[in-house]
Design a protein around this ligand. Sequence first.
Ligand SMILES: Nc1nc2c(c(=O)[nH]1)N[C@H]1C(S)=C(S)[C@@H](COP(=O)(O)O)O[C@H]1N2
Ligand SMILES: [Mo]
Length: 557
Amino acid sequence: MDTVKNTRATVTRRSRPPGLAVGFLVGLLTTMALVAVFYAADALVGTPFVPFDVLDWMARNLPGGLLTFGIDTVVNTIIALNLGETDVAAKVAEQIIGISGMIATGVIASIVFFYIKNQNDEDSGSPLPGVILGLVVGVPVALLSLSVNFTALTGPVISTAWIVLGFLVWGAAINWIYNDLAAIPPKADESDASAEKIDRRNFLIRVGGATATITVVGAGLGAILNNSEQPSITSVADSGAADSAAQPPANLPNSSAGVRPVPGTRPEFTPVSDHYRIDISSRPPVIDGATYSLPVSGLVDNPLSLSLDDLRNNYEPMTQYITLACISNRVGGDLISTQKWTGVSMQALLAEAGLQENARYLRIFGADSFDETVDIELINQDERIMLTYAWDDEPLPQRNGFPLRIYIPDRFGMKQPKWITEIEVVADYEDGYWVRRGWDKEAIMVTTSVIDVVAVDETHEEDGTTYVPIGGIAHAGDRSISKVEVKVDDGEWMEAQLRTPLSDKTWVIWRYEWPFADGSHTFAVRAVDGQGDPQIETARGVRPSGATGIFSVRETI
Ligand SMILES: Nc1nc2c(c(=O)[nH]1)N[C@H]1C(S)=C(S)[C@@H](COP(=O)(O)O)O[C@H]1N2
Ligand SMILES: [Mo]
C-alpha cells in the first residue's frame, strides 16, 4: 500500500500540477452541487439552507453602513431594471447574493487548496487534506447557521452535523479530484503531451457531468418540493385572509366620501396579500399560535404570560386604519401600504402588569432576533399604541408578524417589531436593531406625496375646456394632510381635491383636474401636513431618516 502511494506521489511530482484555474472550476462545480444538496434536503426534511443563513448572519453582523450599501445597490438595480415590486425582488436578490456568496467561498477555498497542494509535493494522496478542508470551511459555517437560523425543522445537533457532513464530503471530493488529476501519468514524448491534456480534460468533463447531475437533480427536487409546499405554508399563515384580500371591505369608514379616486390610483385599502413586507431574514419566522404565549416581564408587579385568546377575549379590542411605510421607501416607492389593524392598547396591558417605579422603557423582541425600545412615556401619552393581532379582521399573516406586532403611530416600520416573542420592562434605554445600524432613533414618518396616474383616458369637457384628472396619495404619519398641490411644467402650484381618508393615520387620496394641453409635460406634487408643515422639498436619500423631495413624472400626451 505504501509503495503504491509513494509511486503515485513520485508521479505527481513529475507531472505538471493542476493549475489554479482548475482549482476554480472544481470549486465551482462541487460547491454548486453542495448548495443543491442543501437546498433539496431543506425542502425534504427542513435542514438549514446554508446560503440563507450566511446572508442572514452577514445582515446581522456586518457594519450597518456596509449592509445598507448592499441593500441600496440591490434596490437601485431592481428599480432601474423595473423588476417588479421592491420588497419581493429585494428578497429574491438577497437570496441570490447568499447563494453566490456561498459559491464564491467554496471557489476561493478550492483555489487555496489547490495552491497549497501544489506547493507541497510530499503529499501522498491521503484523504486527510480533504477532511481538513471540509472542517475548516464547514465548522464555522455550521456555527454561524446555528446562531441565526430559526426556521430549520431539525434540531441544533442534527442541523450542525448535517452541515459539517456536507462540507466533509465536499472537501473529500475536491481532494480526491485533485489527487486523481495530479496522478494522471505523464507521457514521455511530445506527441503524448497533448494526450495528457486530453486525459485531464476528459476526467474534468466526467467530474463536471457528475456534479452537474447532482446540482440539477438537487435543485429540481428542492424546487418541486418547495412549490408543492408553498400553498400550505401560506394557508396556515394567512388563514383565510387571502380570500378576502382581493376585495376591499365593503363598509370602509369613508365610503360616503365625495371625492372619488381617479381610476389608476392605487387601491385606497391595500389587500392583505399585497401589503409590502420588509424584514431582516431570508425567511420569516413561523410561530405556532396554539402554543404561543407572550411574556411581559421585568420591572412589573404582575408578570404576564398572554396567549392569543387572552388578548382577544380579555381586553377591549381596538381597530385602526393605518398606513405603514418603511424608512427605506424612496419618494414614490412601493414600501407603503394601508390596512385595518386590530389589537389591544398597550396602556391596558401595562396597567394589568403593574409598572414598578423605575420602569421607563419596553424592550420588545422578535422571533428573528429583531428588537426595539419603546419609551413608556410615549405609551402613557398615546392610547393608540397597540399590540396588534389582526389585519382586516383575520390573524396577522405570517410574513407580516403573526402572531403579534406593535403599532406606534407616526413612526416608520423600523420602530415596530413583528413576531413579538417577549416584552421586557426596563429602566434604561437601549438602541434597537436598526438604530444600532445608524438609522434614526425616532424615525418619525416623513410627509410625502406621489402621483399615481395622469388619466388621459378619463378626460372630460367643461365650458369648452378638456380636463385630464391626475391622482395619487399623500401621507404624513398621524399628522394627516391639509393640502396637496400639483404643478405642471413651470406653471403655478394648483390645489388638488382631498378625499376623506380612511383615518387620520392613513394616506389621503387626492385628485386634480388638469386643463389638457398636448405635448410632453412634467407633473409634480407636494403636500402640507395637518399641522401646516409643508413637506421637505429638498431631495434627500432614505438613510438615516427617510427620503424627502418632490415626486415628479414626465409624460407625453
Ligand atoms: N421582528 C421584526 N420586526 C420588524 C422588522 C424585522 O425585520 N423583524 N422590520 C421592520 C421594518 S424595517 C418594517 S418597514 C416593518 C414592515 O412591516 P411589514 O413587512 O408587515 O410591511 O416591519 C418592522 N418590524
Ligand atoms: Mo423598514
